[in-house]
Ligand binder design. Structure first.
Ligand code: ZN
Length: 271
């Protein structure tokens, strides 16, 4: 039995972009054009900040536009003020994350349970705090250059950064990803302002174009992938391994005799 993604898709592609600058709007236009799905990690404290209100001249998405701008993608937390949490007390860390959740849930009307660590900084202690705050996954910045899904979703390492020299090569490799990787996943992270400042929007456009329209790829947000893989890991098997029970609310797909099969929520079937 080999797990596969929803509807028999062989692999999954996801993106994660941080810091909610107004360049997100253009990036989302490109994602939507090519059918990509992404997660946007927002510092609620900077929403609505204008160019003359900060020393870098950055322009941020306005709070009342959040719901509309990100409507087809996932919104996740990134800390209210993008603080470097290593220097904070536990209660300050809780506020940094939980207040971001509260603000973003109020703006989107959705359940917000994803996170990207500001500066990528985290350790076991921080992961424990996030778990207590109801966060299901959190992303760091160390690139794996690989396609294995994470063992621990609170220590999710991306495949690569948007500006890595090997982005297109990795994309090519992913299009013919080896079969021994169970639930292969390509994860690209970055900041839309890096395209905006350098003007190299064609880099991401070319990547999306190359990866788009493949019937074997599941284009999904970080949370969709986290929930699905957690569902595969939640299946219960009989002692002889021949029957499986799906105690989750998600249909889990697998390959059996080179055919696509699935276990629906609540089903107990022979596998
Ligand atoms: Zn950031």
């Amino acid at each position: 039995m080999k797990f596969i993604y929803p509807d028999g898709k062989k692999c999954a592609l996801t993106f994660s972009f941080d810091d909610n600058q107004a360049f997100d709007i253009r990036l989302i236009e490109i994602f939507d054009k090519y059918g990509m799905k992404g997660t946007f990690n927002i510092n609620s404290g900077t929403l609505g900040v204008t160019a003359d209100q900060n020393c870098d001249g950055n322009i941020y998405v306005e709070p009342d536009k959040v719901k509309e701008v990100y409507k087809d993608h996932e919104v996740a937390i990134h800390g209210v003020e993008h603080k470097f949490i290593a220097g904070l007390t536990d209660s300050m860390i809780v506020n940094e994350f939980l207040d971001d959740r509260r603000a973003l849930e109020a703006l989107t009307g959705k359940l917000i349970q994803g996170c990207a660590y500001a500066f990528g900084w985290h350790n076991e202690h921080i992961m424990g705090i996030l778990k207590t705050l109801g966060i299901k996954y959190a992303r760091g910045v160390d690139a794996t250059n690989g396609f294995f899904p994470p063992q621990d979703f609170l220590d999710w390492k991306p495949t690569c950064h948007q500006g890595d020299d090997n982005l297109m090569d990795l994309g090519q490799q992913f299009l013919s990803v080896p079969g021994y990787i169970e639930l292969p996943l390509m994860y690209v992270w970055g900041h839309s302002y890096e395209f905006g400042r350098s003007g190299n929007w064609t880099d991401i456009e070319e990547f999306c174009k190359m990866m788009s329209g493949k019937d074997f790829i599941w284009y999904a947000t970080n949370m969709e992938i986290c929930e699905y893989i957690n569902a595969t890991r939640s299946l219960e098997f009989s002692a002889d391994g021949k029957k499986a029970y799906n105690p989750t609310l998600i249909e889990v797909f697998f390959e059996k005799d080179d055919k696509v099969a699935s276990i629906k929520p609540g089903e107990f079937i022979e596998v």
